[in-house]
Design a protein around this ligand. Structure first.
Ligand SMILES: C[S@@+](CC[C@H](N)C(=O)[O-])C[C@H]1O[C@@H](n2cnc3c(N)ncnc32)[C@H](O)[C@@H]1O
Length: 277
């Protein structure tokens, strides 16, 4: 996973970066993480004021949390992701709740859909992790009808997960010249990305609270299930692994607001934009 640098140079091989990132999200069991984040998708769909009967596309859907949240609000939903194993989980979850949602394998940077076919396009912690931010933003704009809604939830650079990425980047430096995903958690960057493609863009800073038994339990959970962390530990030698674990433990302990267990509020930016007419 590529994490910290804040500018994109023309020399970076974004296709290679994307291939590596795809392997990263396929590693571990992201579905175990995604299920815990369900409330973010529910809140995003509320913020977007999705209307029953709308055609909704959930981009980088993972195990389908936000797609299912949109279906709960009476929308006709399609979810798309480039990790097939996650789509298997998404289909199982939708079936268990008796929702008819189509989940397609596809690339957020080259969506397999026509122009302006969706009333709303959502992405929870999804598009922010694409390799080519410009292409991903252009694709969100392309598939959303004029006057339609683009709704995003993105970790902020200063929030807890933003700090986790910075900590990992300090031990496993990203390839030079790749833009940090956390830039999607800043309003100015999004305004630059979407430009005149959106006629309005509202943002709200929110928090998702991670709840685990202890910092050790949280770290173990992420090392086992969360691809970006699992891969970072995989790359390091024993000494490097110990140092990274120490720094992450320290970060978690400092951010913990609970006594006896773990509760860490993690800041994210909720974004609701209107596609220009
Ligand atoms: C942090 S997970 C979020 C998943 C889900 N939206 C959720 O809320 O739990 C990031 C997701 O982005 C997907 N992703 C990243 N880049 C992608 C791309 N270029 N095309 C499709 N999916 C992509 C990954 O496969 C992964 O499922």
């Amino acid at each position: 996973m590529t994490i910290t640098s804040e500018t994109t140079t023309p020399t970076v091989d974004l296709a290679a970066v994307k291939a590596r990132q795809q392997r990263t999200w396929a590693a571990g069991d992201y579905a175990a993480v995604g299920s815990t984040l369900q409330i973010m998708g529910e809140q995003l769909c509320e913020a977007a004021e999705l209307r029953p009967g709308w055609q909704v596309l959930d981009v980088a859907t993972g195990n389908g949390g936000t797609a299912i949240a949109a279906a709960r609000r009476g929308c006709d939903v399609v979810g798309v992701d480039y990790v097939p194993a996650l789509l298997v989980h998404a289909r199982e979850r939708a079936a268990a709740e008796r929702y008819s949602i189509r989940f397609d394998e596809g690339d957020a940077e080259a969506l397999p859909y026509g122009d302006a076919g969706f009333d709303a396009v959502t992405s929870t912690l999804g598009c922010m992790f694409t390799a080519d931010h410009r292409r991903a933003a252009d694709e969100l704009l392309r598939v959303c009808r004029p006057g339609g809604v683009i709704a995003l939830a993105n970790w902020t650079p200063g929030g807890f997960i933003g700090q986790v990425f910075k900590t990992i980047g300090g031990h496993v430096p990203p390839p030079p010249g790749v833009t940090s995903p956390a830039m999607w958690g800043t309003e100015n960057y999004l305004r630059t990305l979407f430009g005149a493609g959106v006629s309005a863009l509202r943002t709200r800073t929110r928090t998702f609270t991670f709840r685990y038994r202890s910092p050790q339990h949280f770290l173990e959970f992420l090392r086992t299930n969360y691809g970006p962390m699992l891969k970072a530990f995989e790359i390091l030698d024993d000494t490097g692994r110990e140092a990274l674990a120490r720094d992450l433990q320290a970060l978690m302990t400092e951010a913990n607001t609970a006594t006896g267990t773990l509760a860490i509020p993690s800041e994210y930016l909720e974004v609701v934009a209107t596609r220009s007419a």
